[in-house]
Design a protein around this ligand. Structure first.
Ligand code: RIB
Ligand code: CA
Length: 324
């Protein structure tokens, strides 16, 4: 069993990622930690609690509240994408369970990493604020984190929040920089991996509604605003689920068909490029030729970037889990 913690700003694609992890037999979800992002912290926490209840997972993992704002900037949200409640505005969110009182998410992450040194894999599917706080507060403990899987950056494609930045980084680029430069092995699933063949189409959602039960219906209905945004934004009736793709890559290695060791550089200074993450895989360029020249001050790759996935296999496995 793989011991995992999921840090989430529970919007509707996070919800599918949480359902995937909570229903995956090979994953032991030690804790869920919430952070401001898609929606404010309290709403993200309510959405997380409701999703955990719907998952059918027993026993349920504890839920800890984290940062209600980024390290250095005012909070940004994505209600125009996920809905006012972050979950499709379909009146789905009525949790009967409560979060753990009295322990901040960052402290819970530190405590669990100390309890299980070199065993815990951390999935970061929202802004990295909680992770950065934990790393700054207890660096020696956090160095014993086995690995980090992050949905973040636009990969090698365009941004989805500015032309060059992806939402999770744009919401708190300073935190993302702390996380990437800390030294724990990081695997990045960029937004470029999450559109096209990995997105749900109408046939996928029709099958889920026809063959699935409460869990599948919740997964589809909570993403109805994301679907409307895709139609308006991309002109295509697809539901891209970046966080679910990330948990899929993390838990189902057979869906990963390519990756690259990269040096990363998170842009935080210039407003025009704030939240951009430059990823350099060492290929020959006119001004750079590999890692020996210490591009962006780094003499070796500090992350692995997923460059190809089997979207059909991912969707097949996800559908099976949701309809089980
Ligand atoms: O850019 C997509 C990411 O930002 C996803 O994690 C989505 O839930 C939002 O947090
Ligand atoms: Ca998210």
């Amino acid at each position: 069993m793989r011991k995992i913690i999921i840090d989430t700003d529970t919007g509707s694609d996070d919800a599918v990622a949480l359902l995937l992890a909570l229903r995956e037999p090979e994953a032991e979800v030690l804790a869920l930690t919430t952070v401001s992002g898609n929606v404010p912290l309290d709403q993200a926490t309510r959405n997380c609690l409701m999703t955990a209840e719907i998952s059918g997972c027993n026993p349920l993992p504890p839920v800890y509240l984290g940062a209600d704002r980024p390290l250095m900037r005012p909070p940004v949200h994505a209600r125009n994408v996920h809905g006012e409640d972050g979950m499709g505005d379909r009146d789905l969110i009525h949790p009967t369970i409560s979060p753990v009182a009295g322990e901040h998410a960052a402290d819970a992450i530190i405590r669990l990493v100390e309890q299980y040194p070199d065993e815990i894999e951390l999935a970061v599917i929202g802004p990295a604020t909680n992770v950065a706080l934990a790393m700054m507060k207890a660096p020696a403990v956090m160095a014993r984190l086995k690995s980090i899987w992050t949905m973040g950056t636009s990969g090698f494609g365009p941004g989805n929040t500015t032309p060059v930045s992806e939402f999770n980084v744009y919401a708190d680029a300073e935190a993302y920089k702390v996380m990437l430069d800390f030294g724990v092995p990081v695997t990045i699933v960029g937004y470029d991996m999450c559109t096209r063949e990995a997105a749900w189409n109408v046939e996928d959602t029709d099958r889920l509604l026809k063959n699935g039960g409460e869990c599948a219906r919740f997964a589809v209905e909570s993403n109805c605003k994301l679907r409307e945004f895709s139609i308006a934004h991309w002109g295509s009736d697809l539901i891209d689920l970046p966080d679910a793709v990330t948990l899929g890559c993390m838990l189902w290695p057979e869906m990963v068909k390519g990756s690259a060791a990269c040096v990363s550089h998170v842009c935080v200074e210039d407003p025009a490029t704030y939240g951009q993450v430059i990823l350099y895989d060492g290929h020959l360029l006119a001004g750079m030729d590999g890692f020996a020249q210490a591009p962006y001050g780094k003499t070796a790759p500090n992350c692995t970037v997923i460059t190809a996935i089997d979207g059909a296999l991912y969707k097949e496995k996800l559908e099976e889990l949701l309809c089980r």
